[in-house]
Design a binder for this molecule. Structure first.
Ligand SMILES: [Zn+2]
Length: 264
């Protein structure tokens, strides 16, 4: 399938973000995955599906006719920078939601299949559609300091304490992550249980921290989804720097935090 300019722009944002993830050491080997809901941005004809790989996969019926850009399972995210058409694909879900065609991508990579986190991504896109929000991108990555904090014996298990600690590290964190972070308990990667915790968490949080694994956020595009995790990880980094320097950070006061509410 020949993609239009709108879709090409979305993919180029994904490539830009993939470079940042690699620079930050959040995307080792095949870690992380990104998808973008392209439904409605381009029509897929039956000719576009001709001779294209078809994968049977039972999906919720609401997934009917969805079009998704998604990174490939086992692929290196860093290759998204220069070769998105090799390590990612666009799938067109059929009308019965019983399978999908791979209509783009997998160039020189005939074994390409969507990420093993596909079901999580799909359920999150369906959730966002049901909420009528504008979030088209789902990003999962391995931000070092946030993962480190999920191992913290106290903050790693106490959402209220974690959010209070991170929000109070610097004013922008409170303003740009207004809904805070949800801690999802450890679950097997790619499992339905993890997908369920994630969609529940996104109901009222900006980021879901997968305990001892990574983080996930959604945004109107790859740039916005990345910003959420980047800002939150900055707070985690400052918190840990203070601990490394031998003191527990004081954090902004309740009064200072209250003063920020004019921006919310
Ligand atoms: Zn992961």
């Amino acid at each position: 399938m020949l993609i239009n300019q709108t879709i090409a722009n979305e993919i180029s944002k994904v490539s830009e973000i993939a470079a940042y993830l690699w620079q930050r050491e959040w995307a080792e080997r095949n870690a992380g995955n990104i998808s973008v809901n392209l439904t409605g941005l381009q029509n897929v004809s039956s000719k576009d599906k001709e001779n294209k790989k078809y994968i049977e996969c039972l999906m919720p019926e609401e997934a009917s006719d969805m079009l998704l850009f998604i990174t490939g399972t086992g692929e290196r995210l860093r290759e998204l920078v220069n070769l998105p058409e090799k390590v990612a694909c666009i799938i067109s879900i059929d009308h019965q939601a019983k399978g999908y065609h791979i209509v783009w991508g997998g160039i020189d990579n005939p074994g390409i299949l969507p990420t093993s986190e596909f079901i999580s991504h799909l359920l999150i896109h369906l959730f966002n559609t049901s909420q009528n929000n504008t979030h088209r991108c789902v990003l999962h990555t391995h931000p070092i300091e946030l993962i480190a904090l999920s191992h913290h014996p106290e903050l790693g298990h106490n959402e209220a304490k974690l959010n209070k600690a991170l929000w109070s590290m610097l004013p922008e964190i409170r303003v740009f992550i207004p809904k805070g972070i949800c801690i999802a308990p450890y679950e097997l990667p790619g499992s339905l249980a993890l997908a369920k915790h994630t969609t529940e968490g996104l109901n009222n949080h900006s980021i879901v921290l997968w305990s001892k694994h990574g983080a996930l956020a959604t945004g109107k595009d790859a740039l916005e989804a990345f910003d959420f995790i980047d800002v939150a990880n900055k707070a985690a980094k400052i918190y840990l720097k203070c601990l490394q320097a031998g003191f527990i950070p004081e954090g902004m006061s309740e009064e200072q935090m209250k003063g920020l509410e004019i921006f919310l």
